[in-house]
Design a protein around this ligand. Structure first.
Ligand SMILES: *Cc1c(COP(=O)(O)O)cnc(C)c1O
Length: 409
């Protein structure tokens, strides 16, 4: 057998023995032959067929039938109800600590400002150069607004932020550390418990961005001692384009003051009274009217993850990224493609990034043929492998298509 035939054969065997294989058929478009390989479920998860029904019911029965009465009949409670389900199934958080609201960017701002206010007198924020743009821009803005200084970690290209690096960089003047659990480019999986402990030992708070980990790997926010976290719902949580984000605020920190003081974060919104009085509990971290249409579909992915089990989802995620690395090494190394993600599965999230100078151009050609990874500057193709909707055969088809384009280049 040729090396290619062997890889195709391995993909077939892995699919045939995959205990989660059947879940793929629950997603809209799984049988669309114009999409040869969807390798971007970490950027926009596929819709679930169940969500089509749920959104139709929302529009026809709830919005169309119950009209404004639907707010009292369930909508007003939905951000906290979905938050509790996320906490139970995905985040390892006891009830009353998660809420769905805003976008990740806005929640990061609210939580970072709340943390700064809770550490008066401390003047420094620690962040890393490879963090997502919003994360970096938010703390740059807060530093300018509040007269603080930023300390920058410089993680290695194919790696990320370690506990040792954080321990060496925090001090008695550090108010806040803002990091991503899984690095959006390299896929490096940060060690939340030891980094959080390192920051706490210096008296600082940590805000974790879980955009690239929620729904794809087990998380234990309560047990890990996490202070504050936020993440988006349209990646591995399949909430749809622009689905609102979620925030976690540990119960003992729920007295923190967040900066966007709106009526729905106040004690008695419908009294329309004078003077902002923050609500108790997690609701004080909400601000305005919750985007009900936008958060509706998240419920179906939470239910699916609950059914499959997050540990099994992580097992398949590891198997997918291991296979992707094996296939890249076998089929693309000769073309000078470099793996820009950790090779050790224990240090890797749900995606693998590979670098080559031709990849910007190659990605355009791949999209035209229905092979859909994404491109990240300066020269990376990111293979995002959403475990419940991606097959091993798709991974191989994608990598074979990348090689065909490199052969043509
Ligand atoms: C996707 C992503 C975001 C997105 O923020 P939005 O406000 O939802 O656009 C933020 N941080 C990280 C690490 C991400 O991967």
């Amino acid at each position: 057998m040729t090396a290619d035939a062997q890889l195709a054969d391995r993909a077939r065997t892995l699919d045939a023995t995959d205990p989660l294989a059947a879940y793929r058929s629950r997603f809209v478009g799984h049988d669309d032959e114009s999409v040869t390989a969807y390798l971007d479920g970490n950027s926009l998860g596929r819709p679930l067929a169940a969500s089509v029904d749920r959104v139709r019911d929302l529009m026809l029965q709830q919005w169309g039938g119950r009209l404004i009465r639907a707010w009292d009949e369930g909508w007003l409670a939905l951000p906290e109800r979905i938050g509790d389900e996320l906490g139970r199934v995905v985040l390892g958080a006891a009830p009353g600590q998660c809420v769905v609201a805003d976008s990740t960017t806005v929640l990061l701002y609210k939580l970072a400002r709340a943390a700064i206010a809770a550490r008066p007198g401390r003047r420094r924020i620690l962040v890393d150069r490879d963090n997502f743009p919003s994360d970096r821009f938010i703390v740059e803005g807060i530093a300018a607004e509040c007269g603080l200084e930023l300390d920058w970690l410089e993680p290695p290209h194919a790696g990320g932020v370690t506990a040792e690096a954080v321990r060496a960089a925090v001090g008695p003047d550090t108010a806040l550390v803002l990091l991503s659990h899984v690095a959006y480019r390299s896929g490096y999986l940060a060690d939340i418990p030891s980094i959080t402990t390192a920051a706490h030992d210096a008296g600082a708070l940590v805000l974790w961005d879980l955009c690239h980990s929620a729904g794809v790997l087990p998380v234990e926010l309560d047990a890990w001692g996490v202070d504050l976290a936020a993440g988006c719902s349209y990646k591995y949580l399949n909430g749809g384009p622009g689905a609102p984000a979620w925030a976690y605020v540990r119960t003992e920190h729920q007295h923190f003051q967040q900066p966007i003081q709106g009526w729905l974060g106040s004690t008695e919104p419908f009294e329309m009274g004078q003077g902002y009085q923050p609500a108790g509990g997690i609701r004080r971290f909400a601000s305005g009217t919750p985007p009900i249409l936008g958060m509706t579909a998240i419920q179906d992915m939470i239910a699916l993850i609950d059914e499959a089990g997050l540990a099994a989802v992580r097992d398949k995620s590891v198997a997918l990224t291991e296979f992707a690395i094996e296939a890249v090494q076998a089929a693309l190394a000769d073309f000078g493609v470099a793996i820009a993600s950790p090779l050790d599965a224990a240090e890797r999230g749900g995606h693998v990034t590979i670098d080559h100078p031709a990849f910007k151009h190659v990605t355009v050609r791949l999209w035209e043929q229905g092979v859909i990874p994404d491109f990240r500057e300066p020269d990376g193709i990111r293979l995002g492998l959403s475990p419940l909707s991606t097959s091993f055969a798709e991974v191989w088809r994608g990598i074979a298509a990348i090689r065909a384009e490199l052969e043509r280049a």
